[in-house]
Design a protein around this ligand. Structure first.
Ligand code: ATP
Ligand code: MG
Length: 300
C-alpha cells in the first residue's frame, strides 16, 4: 500500500473535454435532467429520442420487433447512471456527520436535480433516517428525487455497488461507531468527507479515521479523494484558526502519511456554528449556503 493513497491524490485540473462540473456522475442519464451535462460531453450516452423512436419498417430494421425495443430500453435505463458516491464519516460520535449528509444530499437532489440516495449506515443511532420520518410526519415537501434508506450493515459496499446504476448521487452517513462499516463504505467512495469541529478532542480522532480510510482507499478501484471539513466553527473564538493551523501544520504524530506529520487535506469552505444547522433536524432546509459552496469547491 502506498504511503498515502487518499490524501495525496491531487484534484486534477479540468481538461477541455471534461464533463461540466455540475454533473458528478460518470455517465449521463438516459433522460438528462435539466441541469445535467450535455450528451456530447458524456460517455456511454443513450439518446432517449433514439431509443423511444418508432423503428423504421423497411430493410433490416423491419426485423427489429417490440421485444428488442423493450430490451434496448431496459439496457439503456439500467446503465443510465454511475452514481457519484460521497461518504460522510468520522470515527467519533456527534461531529456533524448526519447534518452534513442531509445538507449534501439536498444539494444533489435540489440544486443539481439528480436522483439522489441518502443512505443511513449508522448502526448506532440512524438519525438520518429519523430526520426523514420526522420531516415526512410534519408535512415537509420532500424532494421527489431524494430517496432515504437505512442500511447499517457491513456489506454496505455491495449495496452501494448495486445502487450506483439507479442514482446520480449517493450520500452515505457512515456513522461513527463502526470502523468496519466506515472502511467498507470508503472502498466504494468517490469522495470522503470528514466533518470535524475545531476542538482538540475531535482532532485527535482524525488520525485513526484517516488510517482506516487509507486502508480502505487501497482497496477502492476508483480515484477517491478525502477532505476534512471544519464544521461548527465559531469565528468569534480562536478555535477555528488554531484548528486550521494544527491541521495544516501538524506536529509529528498528529498528521497523516508515513511519519504522521503531513497536513490533512482541509477544505477551504468552513461550515459555521449556526442555529440554522442546529435546528435543521426533521426539516427540509431550503437554504444550503455553506454546504453548496463546499460541494462546489470539492467537485470543481
Ligand atoms: N454547523 C453546525 N453548527 C452547530 N451545530 C451543529 C452543526 N452541525 C451539527 N450541529 C449539531 O451537532 C450535533 C451533532 O450533529 P449530528 O447529529 O449531525 O452529528 P453526528 O456526527 O451525526 O452524530 P452521531 O455520531 O451521534 O450520529 C447536533 O446537535 C447538531 O444539531
Ligand atoms: Mg449521526
Amino acid at each position: 500500500m502506498s504511503a498515502s493513497v487518499l490524501a495525496c491524490i491531487p484534484r486534477r485540473a479540468a481538461r477541455p473535454n471534461d464533463p461540466p462540473i455540475h454533473h458528478p456522475g460518470r455517465r449521463c442519464p438516459a433522460r438528462a435532467p435539466p441541469h445535467a451535462a450535455t450528451p456530447e460531453a458524456c460517455v456511454d450516452v443513450v439518446d432517449s429520442r433514439q431509443v423511444n423512436a418508432p423503428f423504421p419498417v423497411s430493410g433490416d430494421q423491419a426485423h427489429v420487433n417490440e421485444n428488442t425495443r423493450i430490451k434496448t430500453l431496459a439496457a439503456a435505463t439500467a446503465h443510465a447512471w454511475d452514481a457519484f458516491v460521497i461518504v460522510v464519516g468520522m470515527l467519533k460520535g456527534g461531529t456533524g456527520k448526519t447534518t452534513s449528509a442531509w445538507f449534501i444530499a439536498l444539494y444533489y437532489a435540489v440544486v443539481l436535480d439528480l436522483p439522489t440516495l441518502l443512505l443511513d449506515a449508522d448502526a448506532t443511532s440512524q438519525s438520518a433516517y429519523d430526520w426523514f420520518k420526522v420531516a415526512q410526519a410534519e408535512g415537509f415537501d420532500i424532494p421527489a428525487n431524494l430517496v432515504v434508506e437505512r442500511y447499517p450493515f457491513d456489506d454496505i459496499a455491495e449495496y452501494i455497488r448495486a445502487k450506483r446504476a439507479e442514482f446520480g448521487a449517493i450520500v452515505v452517513d457512515a456513522g461513527g461507531g463502526s470502523a468496519k462499516l466506515f472502511h467498507e463504505a470508503v472502498t466504494e467512495a468517490n469522495l470522503l468527507l470528514v466533518p470535524v469541529a475545531p476542538t482538540k478532542i475531535e482532532r485527535r480522532k482524525l488520525v485513526a479515521t484517516f488510517d482506516e480510510a487509507e486502508r480502505a482507499a487501497a482497496r477502492n478501484e476508483r480515484d477517491v479523494t478525502a477532505h476534512v471539513v471544519l464544521v461548527k466553527a465559531d469565528d468569534r473564538t480562536s478555535l477555528p484558526r488554531n484548528a486550521k493551523d494544527k491541521l495544516l501544520e501538524p506536529e509529528k504524530g498528529e498528521g497523516i502519511g508515513p511519519d504522521r506529520d503531513e497536513p490533512f487535506p482541509l477544505a477551504e469552505t468552513v461550515i459555521h456554528s449556526w442555529v440554522h444547522y442546529m435546528e435543521a433536524f426533521g426539516e427540509i432546509p431550503t437554504e444550503l449556503s455553506e454546504y453548496a459552496e463546499l460541494m462546489k469547491e470539492l467537485t470543481a
